[in-house]
Design a protein around this ligand. Sequence first.
Ligand code: SF4
Length: 561
Amino acid sequence: MTKYVLVSDNTLLYDYHKFPLLDFLPSAPSHAVPRSAYNFLRGSISPATEGHELRLAPYGLRKLEAALLAGGISRGEIAVAHPDHLGRFIKEDTEIIAVHTMDPFGLGPTTMSYYALFGGKSISPYVRVEWDELISRINALRSGKKAKLIVGGPGVWEYTILSDEIARQKIDYLFQGEADDCAALLFRQVVERSIDPNVFSTSYVTYDDTFHRTTRQHTNFLSRGSSIGPYPKLEDIPDIVGPTTKGMTEVMRGCGIGCDFCEVTLRPLRYYEVDKIAREVEVNVRAGFDYAWMHSDEIFAYKHLPQYVPNQEALVELYTKVMQIKGVSRTNPTHGRISIPAAYPELIEKLSAIGRTGRTNWAGIQVGLETGSEKLAKMHMPAKTLPLKIGVDAGWQEIVWKGVYNFNRHFWRPAFTVQVGQSGETDDDNWETVAMINRLSNSSVNGVPFEFTVTPLYNMPLGRIKARNVEVSLNPSMLAVYYASYRHLAKMAYRNAVASSRGNPVMRAGIASMIGMGGYAMMKAVEHIGRKRGLDLERAKSWGVGNRKNIESWAVINAAM
Ligand code: SF4
C-alpha cells in the first residue's frame, strides 16, 4: 500500500537535450516563447521504471525518500511517482502527497531577470505554468480522498510572499528547511493530526532586504522546532538510495563566505566525508551514469583552511575517490569561486589531471561574478576572493580574468552570473560590468577564445517582491549588461551548439540550429528593446575593449606562470 507519494516539479525532470544553458528555459516568459518551441527544447522527461516510478529524481526528492526509509517507513509504503502515472499511486488509502519544488511562481532571480526584460501583465514563466498544471492534476486526483498535500524544497519561500496561493492550491502544509532527520516523524504527525509544537513549529522564516531573519507564525507552514534544532547533524543525513537527475550528489552544505545577497551563507558548513560521497555516486553509477556531478555552493570551500585557503589535500582526495569509482570517467562540481583558479593554478591543474578534463571533456562550473565593479564587489562580497584581497593582491577584474585564463587552460568552462539592480549601484558600475564581459569575450588562451557563458540576473529586493511591486524598467546601463551578456552568449551558442548537443545526427542538427538561432534571436531581442529604451549599442559593443593594455599585461603575467 503506497501511503506516501513523492512527486517532483516537472521542470526538474526534463533533460533539456543535455545542453547546459537550456536548464534556464523554464524561467522564460510563456507569452514570449511559443509552447511548441518550449516543448521541443525541454527535451525528454525522466523515464519511468517498470513500477511506474521515476527512474531519475531530483536530489532533494531522493533525500526525502532516504529520510523516510531511515525513519522506519517501509519501502512498500513510499513511491517516487512518475508524473505520467500519478493516478496509479494516488488512491483512497494515500496519506500524504509530498511535492518538491525549486521556483513554483517564478520569483527566483533567473525568472525575474527575464521578466525585467520582457515585462508583461503578470509574471507567467513556464515554471509557474507547469507548477499550476501539476498541482491542478494532483488536486483532481485526490479530490474526495483523505490524502494531505505537502509542498517542500527550496522554492517554499515563494509561498510566504504569495500566501493566497496556499488556499487556492488546496495545500495543507508547506515544510521549510532541511528534513533529513525528521521527515518520517513529520509524516507520522501529519497523518495522526498530532503535530508536536516542540518538534515542528507552525511558522516560517523570512528575510528582509539585508537578510535579517524574522520568524512569522502561520498555520500552514511547518519548520524545525526547538527540540530538534535548526539543522540536522551530518551523521543524521542518510545516503540516497535511488539515482538522481543529472547524476548529482552532494558534497557539503553551507558556505560561510558571507556575500550580503546570499541566504546560503547563513547555513552552517557541513562537509560529507569522501566515503559517503562515494556511496552516493555509486548509486548513480549503478543506474548507468559514467560521470559524477558534485553539488556544493562553493566547492573550493570543501574543508577549507583559515582565511578560506583551499584545502588542496582534501580536494585532491575527494576528486581521487570519485574518479576511482569503477564506471566514473568524468566529474565536475556545480559551483565555485573565481579567485581560486586565479591564485592557485596548480590546484586546478591537479584536479584537471584527476578529472581527466581535455578538449573533448570540459568541466562546467557555475561562478557568481555578480559585477565588474570593484566598488560593488568590495561592498557586497568582500570575502568572495579570499584568500586574495580585492585591491590589495589585484583588482577585481584582474582576478576574474586570471581565473578564466587558468580555468580555460585546463578545460574548465565557467558559467557566470552577473547582477543588475544591486543596492548602491550606479550607471558606472554597470558599465564596468559591460567592460569586464567584453574584455573576457575578446580574450584568448593559447590562441583559443575564452570559453565561458554569462547570464544576467535582475536583483529584485525581497521587499519589493513582498509588496508585489515588481514592475521593472531596466535603464540603459542595465540593458547594456544584458546586451553584452547575450551578445557573448550568441557567440558561444554559434561556436558550441553542435558540439554540446546530444542525440542522433538529425536531432543534433535540429537542436544545434534551434540553439544557435535562439542565441541570435535573444541577442536581437535585447538589441531591439535596448534601442527603444535609449541604449547606445555601439558603446555597449566596444566598451572596455578599446584599450587592450590591461588584458595584454594580465596575459603576459599568466603566460609566465
Ligand atoms: S560564495 Fe556563493 S554561496 Fe557563498 S556566500 Fe557568496 S554567493 Fe553565497
